[in-house]
Design a protein around this ligand. Structure first.
Ligand code: F6P
Length: 341
């Protein structure tokens, strides 16, 4: 059997660990040939392939990014896209595909399954917001990077008696903000799930200064102030209408300085959270996903996705991955709020 594999969407630490596990299990145990498609769905669209061998996956376990490259190409938004994907698979004798990606990549995978392409999905995102799995690989690494940044920012904030606003990734879900904020002892954590009151943030910042400590505010990129027209009107947007990375962080730091009279700085962690080597936890999770994905292909379980439930890797329908975004529940925020200030 020839099995194709691709990585789509934003990159994520652990992608190479999945590719290594797919390739080693696929070749050594199942006797398959593994064909890598380059640059996400663009690979099958344009016939961009590279063979994955035991040698080509040596020494990639701890490497960040993806050796296959990635893109946000969607064959359903391209003329004759699905027919072109099918033609490429036929031309290269590929019998089944493993798609490693987030909501968009897995959404395409699910549609393709209905259009007769046998696909198995592997969930990835640093945001940890895919509904069907307890955790996605990449999240632990992102939290680790953000926590280390908070630790470092705290000492410089204390030295200069400044408020530090740390903007982390998370457009729709605040998991990175919540976990890094808790781990780094942030004095305020703001997430997209709950519009925040700037007055309340100012009160917490003042309180902290009154106790002679520098406040650290962790804000997810997608968090918005209650009645956030101000930010939404002034915030620079990208082509998709999202407030640009750094938009809310810099806006909030300026607002805090103006309203409290205290010096404030914004630090936007941005793509540093997605780059570099995965943590041990992410390497293990990504490896297990890869091993189980090729087993699912061998079992003919197409239209499924591997997922973590508790400590077990299970197979769930692909549609579950995209059906609902996993956001931070109010009780988790309430827990964190006990420690604010
Ligand atoms: O991978 C998900 C994510 O990191 C989001 O948190 C963020 O909004 C987005 O990707 C930014 O990605 P890019 O700048 O690569 O489009």
């Amino acid at each position: 059997m020839r099995v194709g594999v691709l990585t789509g969407g934003g990159d994520c630490p652990g992608l190479n660990a999945v590719l290594r596990a797919v390739t080693r299990n696929g070749i050594s145990i199942h006797g398959h040939e593994i064909v890598g498609f380059r640059n996400g769905w663009l690979g099958p669209l344009e016939g961009l392939t590279t063979p994955l061998t035991l040698d080509s996956v040596e020494e990639i376990l701890n490497r960040g990014g993806t050796i296959l490259g990635s893109s946000r190409t969607n064959p359903y938004k391209v003329d004759d896209g699905v027919a072109r994907v099918k033609a490429t698979l036929a031309e290269h004798g590929v019998d089944a595909l493993i798609a490693i990606g987030g909501e968009d990549t897995l959404g395409v995978a699910e549609q393709l399954t209905h259009d007769g392409v046998p696909v198995v999905g592997v969930p990835k995102t640093i945001d940890n917001d895919l509904g069907a799995t307890d955790y996605t690989f990449g999240f632990d690494t992102a939290v680790h990077i953000a926590t280390e940044a908070i630790d470092r920012l705290r000492t410089t904030a204390e030295s200069h008696h400044r408020a530090l606003v740390v903007e982390v990734m998370g457009r729709h879900a605040g998991w990175i903000a919540l976990h890094s904020g808790l781990a780094g002892g942030a004095n305020v954590i703001l997430v997209p799930e709950q519009p925040f009151s700037v007055d309340k943030v100012c009160d917490l910042v003042r309180q902290r200064f009154e106790r002679q400590y520098a406040p650290i505010v962790v804000v997810a990129e997608g968090a918005v102030p209650a009645g956030g027209e101000e930010l939404l009107a002034t915030g620079e947007r990208d082509a998709f209408g999202h407030v640009r990375l750094g938009g809310v962080g810099t806006w909030l730091a300026d607002e805090l300085a103006e309203r409290t009279g205290q010096e404030s700085r914004a630090v936007v962690l941005g793509h540093t959270q997605r780059g570099g080597p995965p943590t041990a936890y992410d390497r293990v999770l990504a490896t297990r996903f890869g091993l189980h994905a090729i087993d699912a292909v061998a079992a003919g379980e197409f239209g499924s996705m591997v997922a973590l439930r508790g400590t077990d890797i299970v197979r769930v329908p692909l549609r579950e991955a995209t059906a609902e975004l996993k956001t931070v529940p109010p009780e988790r925020l309430a827990e964190a709020e006990v420690l604010f200030g």
